[in-house]
Design a protein around this ligand. Sequence first.
Ligand code: NAP
Ligand code: F7E
Length: 323
Amino acid sequence: MKKALITGITGQDGSYLAELLLNKGYKVYGLKRRTALPNVENINHLKNEIEFIPGDLTDLSSLIEAINIAKPDEIYNLAAQSFVADSWSQPILTGEITALGVTNLLEAVKRVKPESRFYQASSSEMFGKVVETPQKESTPFYPRSPYAVAKVYGHWITINYRESYNLYTCSGILFNHESPRRGIEFVTRKISDGVARIKLGLQRELRLGNLKANRDWGFAGDYVKAMWLMLQQDTPEEFVIATGKTHTVEEFVEIAFRHVGLNWQDFVIQDPAFMRPAEVDLLLGDSSKAKRVLGWEPNVTFEHLIKMMVESDLEKYKCKKSK
Ligand code: NAP
Ligand code: F7E
């Protein structure tokens, strides 16, 4: 039986990846940091199938212990301070987790189980103020936030450990991917949640920042398949994972409100509090290498993704109301 260790198990991607690996017959270990209250909403349905190991990316000793316990064939490093907006108010913490945390984990791999295969969650945010469109593996990085700068570090230290110590390490440069399990502060989920609350009379308005930003949005369930495929290749390489289509935040808003028969302009207020000190205006990925080498393609369309998220939030509030 193959064994995998997932960091970031409680997050959006951690939950979908755990499902995928369990379905493939893997023994799944999840690194989980201590929280005062439970935060296992995304993985509650899997809690008896995953073996949790306490640990934190900023604590090397806990990572050494985790790899000692799990002795994993594959390690997926999905843990991060992943919210771009907060990376300006907590730049040092973001660097410690999202950048140096990767070195901690690679060090633990090198010392305890150097034959493990390692996946690093790199991000399209590294392209930032883009120097070419669409963005592909060879596009130079121009990070625009402390988060993105930290991810560039994580990306290069992953390559460096491969070249320095001959470890099997690779990165997926994933463009935005969403789902009903997306954190509530990210714009897509903030919109689907807001639309559901407004439709059910629980909220009157939705305050958002820059509506003109363009993102290449896909479905998280499709994207975790690409992570697994990357670790099944003979040679570790970097891959861009994207849909190849870009949309504005305003288009997302318009479709989400239309889905429940409402006009977004009656409810959305632009609020400077949600504007960023430096914005990423346009992301559009070219994942032709992933299609050619991994045979990977996304299945869920933009419209279907929005419908899925709005319906899930509607259902959540209807259940709460009926209790
Ligand atoms: P997410 O929902 O924010 O999950 C982040 C996970 O990291 C959570 O499980 C969190 O645990 C954990 N974590 C945070 N700090 C930690 C620490 N110090 N030690 C151990 N665990 C820690 O993120 P996601 O959307 O699933 O994304 C997964 C990864 O892909 C992240 O690295 C993200 O930066 C990257 N990424 C995401 C996207 C996207 O569009 N979703 C695109 C490209 C790259 P708690 O529950 O305890 O907070
Ligand atoms: O913002 C704009 C905002 O926070 C998307 C992370 O998973 O994907 C994610 O990063 C856009 C930005 O995601 C609001 O200014 C407008 O232009 O949903 P987001 P993100 O910053 O693209 C990448 C690939 C990652 O790697 C990250 O970990 O939407 N926007 N109004 C807003 N954004 C938020 N959050 N809230 C608003 O009210």
